[in-house]
Design a protein around this ligand. Structure first.
Ligand code: SF4
Ligand code: SF4
Length: 501
């Protein structure tokens, strides 16, 4: 029907002087955009299917292809953008909820970009990280408020289980099912090589990956998929997922089409059945209920593993975190509103939650004010894009950062934001065997190691520039930060001064 016609968002531009009709693009595009026309003796494109993933562009041996944004427009209207109009058409046609993936792409403020880092000049000299030792080792878990020694000087304070990280970065939760076996293998091997952790997400742990348990965080979400005693014992820490930045307040839904083979066995649900995680945990309606689950999991793992509680950054985050810190949890993970996802309702992803920078500053301050900051470590995620974001997060009060999208980019993701289709051309967000094969874990894990190693060098350089030689001395050191272009209220919540002050 003409009323449903939507002009394609992207155009496939093929340079006929370069195209040799090798049909590589046709074989590589899971969206079936390219085809060879026998009559015309040339390649043709159905651009309405293109998601702008750059796979064909990267593979084309003669660089004959490029993808451009269409210049076809609706009549200008500052209120009704072309995108909004098309979304209304789509919903009027389908009657369904709009689905999206990856993080919120809206032009809301990115506070990391409005915060600048200090450097020493003349006094308090900078430190050269190539010549001086720099400590980035991080321990996550409850810290005692004081150390007691016995009559022989030996420490007698009981230290609860800790996670030890070589650098304050971990790979955030991405379930097997939402991402491929090869993507999980790459993350697991990289975490082991780097001395950090990756996170199973809510899909359980594939049998093949139990050997990486010392570098694995196992997640317990509301659906309890793949959760059993061996699973809880397999990881180095257990994470209770209460919320996720991309979709605060709602559950998850992995379509039955993706519940195949090992994914169904790992999740312990029948093949083809939808994996629906309820919005709340049906046994948690208060901090006391949460406390019961925290201690049930500690009991089940012989009090040998720290328990993390992951929440989405929402309006009253500081009060919620204060409650969690009193629940017996060892670590609180906070996921900001730009956090990625394999699939989320578009309206939720783009309109619910708050920026991680403000959430982190508010939580750190509240826990300090209440004298309970030592009771928990804080891990933040939700669009940590570079080593500079990590340094700013640590100075704002985080103990470590979760990275998800950046890790997937290292594996080849081109942020086409089509993960929900299951046809990821880069072999990441898919279970199709022909597509999964495109991601080689031998290469994938090395690229992740390279990424985190590069960030570690940069973190040390920034620390050295500030005259700081230990990540511990940077933690919560907001004097090292200044704001630019922020109003009084934003500066007050962030707890930093404006540049020039
Ligand atoms: S979907 Fe990806 S592979 Fe297919 S035409 Fe578009 S950019 Fe190329
Ligand atoms: S994981 Fe794949 S489908 Fe998802 S945004 Fe990246 S390239 Fe696109």
């Amino acid at each position: 029907m003409a009323i449903d016609f939507l002009y394609p968002q992207y155009e496939v531009v093929r340079n006929p002087a370069r195209c040799i009709a090798c049909r590589a693009c046709e074989r590589q595009c899971s969206n079936e955009v390219h085809a060879y026309d026998d009559e015309l003796k040339m390649m043709i494109s159905d651009e309405s299917r293109c998601v702008n993933c750059h796979r064909c562009v990267s593979i084309c041996p003669t660089r004959a292809l490029k993808i451009v944004k269409t210049d076809h427009i609706f009549k200008e209207n500052a209120n009704w953008s072309g995108e909004t109009i098309m979304e209304v058409y789509r919903q009027a046609s389908s009657g369904g909820v709009l689905l999206s993936s990856m993080g919120n792409p809206k032009p809301l403020p990115v506070y990391w970009d409005k915060i600048l880092i200090n450097a020493s000049q003349v006094t308090n000299p900078s430190i050269d990280p190539l010549r001086e030792p720099m400590e980035t080792k991080t321990f996550l878990g409850q810290k005692p408020s004081k150390i007691e020694r016995d009559e022989n000087g030996k420490i007698k304070t009981n230290i609860t289980p800790q996670l030890e990280l070589s650098v304050p970065i971990m790979f955030s939760a991405m379930s097997y099912g939402s991402i491929s076996y090869n993507a999980h293998e790459s993350l697991a091997r990289a975490a082991e090589a780097l001395g950090i952790y990756y996170n199973t997400g809510e899909g359980g742990l594939h049998q093949d990956f139990y050997k990486y348990g010392a570098n694995t965080i196992v997640q317990v979400a509301s659906g309890r998929f793949g959760v059993h005693k061996d699973y809880l014992s397999a990881g180095a820490a257990i994470e209770i997922k209460m919320g996720q930045g991309a979709k605060p307040g709602i559950g998850g839904h992995l379509p039955g089409a993706k519940i195949v083979g090992d994914v169904s066995r790992t999740r312990m649900i029948p093949e083809g059945s939808d994996a629906i995680s309820p919005a709340p945990h049906h046994d948690i309606y208060s901090i006391e209920d949460l406390r019961q689950l925290v201690f049930s999991l500690k009991e089940a793992s012989n009090y040998k593993k720290p328990v993390i509680v992951k929440i989405a950054a929402v309006h009253n985050i500081a009060a919620i975190a204060s409650g969690i810190a009193r629940s017996g949890a060892d670590i609180i993970a906070i996921d900001g509103f730009r956090g990625g996802t394999g699939a989320a309702p578009t309206r939720i992803r783009d309109n619910v939650g708050i920026p991680i920078e403000l959430a982190l500053a508010a939580v750190d301050q509240r826990l300090r004010d209440e004298g309970i900051r030592n009771k928990v470590s804080l891990v933040v995620g939700g669009s940590i894009r570079s080593s500079a974001d990590v340094v700013k997060a640590i100075a704002l009060g985080a103990d470590a950062c979760y990275i998800g999208t950046a890790a997937l980019l290292a594996l080849g993701c081109h942020l086409c934001r089509s993960c929900q289709t299951g046809k990821c051309n880069w072999g990441i967000a898919t279970q199709r065997p022909d597509l999964v094969k495109r991601l080689n874990p031998d290469i994938g894990y090395k690229r992740l190691v390279n990424l985190v190693t590069a960030w570690e060098h940069e973190i040390k350089e920034m620390m050295g520039g500030m005259g700081i030689n230990s990540i511990e001395a940077l933690r919560g050191n907001r004097l090292m930060l200044r704001g630019v272009g922020l109003n009084e209220k934003e500066l007050q919540i962030l707890g930093i001064k404006h540049a020039g002050e």
